[in-house]
Ligand binder design. Sequence first.
Ligand SMILES: NC(=O)c1ccc[n+]([C@@H]2O[C@H](COP(=O)([O-])OP(=O)(O)OC[C@H]3O[C@@H](n4cnc5c(N)ncnc54)[C@H](OP(=O)(O)O)[C@@H]3O)[C@@H](O)[C@H]2O)c1
Length: 322
Amino acid sequence: MEYRNLGKTGLKVSELCLGSMQFGWTADEKLAYEILNAAYAAGINFIDTADIYSRWADGNPGGVAETIIGKWLKKFNVPRDQVIIATKVRGPMGDTPNDEGLSRYHIMRAVEASLRRLNIDYIDLYQTHWYDENTPIEETLRALDDLIDQGKVRYIGASNYPAWRLMQALWASDKHKLASYVSLQPHYNLAHRKEFERELAGVCKTYSIGVIPYSPLAAGFLTGKYRKDELAPDSVRANSAKRRYFNKRGWAILDAVQKVADNYAVSVSRVALAWLLANPIVASPIIGPRTLTQLEDNLGGAGLQLGDDEKAQLDEVSMWEK
Ligand SMILES: NC(=O)c1ccc[n+]([C@@H]2O[C@H](COP(=O)([O-])OP(=O)(O)OC[C@H]3O[C@@H](n4cnc5c(N)ncnc54)[C@H](OP(=O)(O)O)[C@@H]3O)[C@@H](O)[C@H]2O)c1
């Protein structure tokens, strides 16, 4: 495992980050511990979570993934200073108006709840999960800046911001001398490029924002487990893959990735991860393995260097219309 700086910070993160949306959703607690232990043993020092994971699943109140990570840290005596914990705030954690959003009020309550569930006294990277059009960005940044002053948060990051909102935030931080976002967590993979590449990539490059793409395997589509002429296997994630990628463009991309994978005699997912890692503005794709076998496979993506020809073929087949 290699380590990369998170954007312009001095913080070193493993070139793969372990996501945790599946914990307490598609992977139970016991399996989550096994995945966390195996990822940590493989050199992953970067773990991504969110307070809401996975509130959308039946019977899940939210906070479950954070709780599992907190229990794991304690149960396995994981040294706190050997893991970089990234979590998020913004989504609804209850049904009343102030149970969500990026107001000072909600952030101050949400951070305490996340710290408690995670069993830690500081969060390494506190991310705003998506923007809040009803709260001035200055209010959000002031609250986040105070959390850094109080020692409860080390760095702040954004997720799912369009380019203009990210720019607005960077300017506001600059103007008011407040803490500034150091990372962006966008939806970005070989089959979903436009949203990030159209404008956000330029902002991240210009301002040295560390990019930590989520859904790097297109929710499983870029593993090759779904085939054009076959019925999709029954899985909770299959619907999201079907909705987005079961189309002409998606299958053409998958065919091209399969060819490259065959050339290297590796799996499709390793090629998809290697394509992201070949981009110098990407710090650490966030993988979401549901089993130990999937983790094992995903880990291989870190060691694979694509040749220029293969990279060009993949770039071309997945190019988006301007
Ligand atoms: N900021 C945000 O809004 C946001 C949104 C989404 C995710 N995230 C973060 O990003 C992380 C990763 O997202 P993601 O789960 O969408 O990532 P992904 O890597 O695109 O998809 C992971 C899923 O693909 C399938 N898979 C992975 N490796 C496989 C293999 N070798 N063979 C077969 N299937 C395989 C598994 O699903 P099945 O086996 O269940 O089919 C696995 O749960 C999350 O855990 C979370 O931390 C953030």
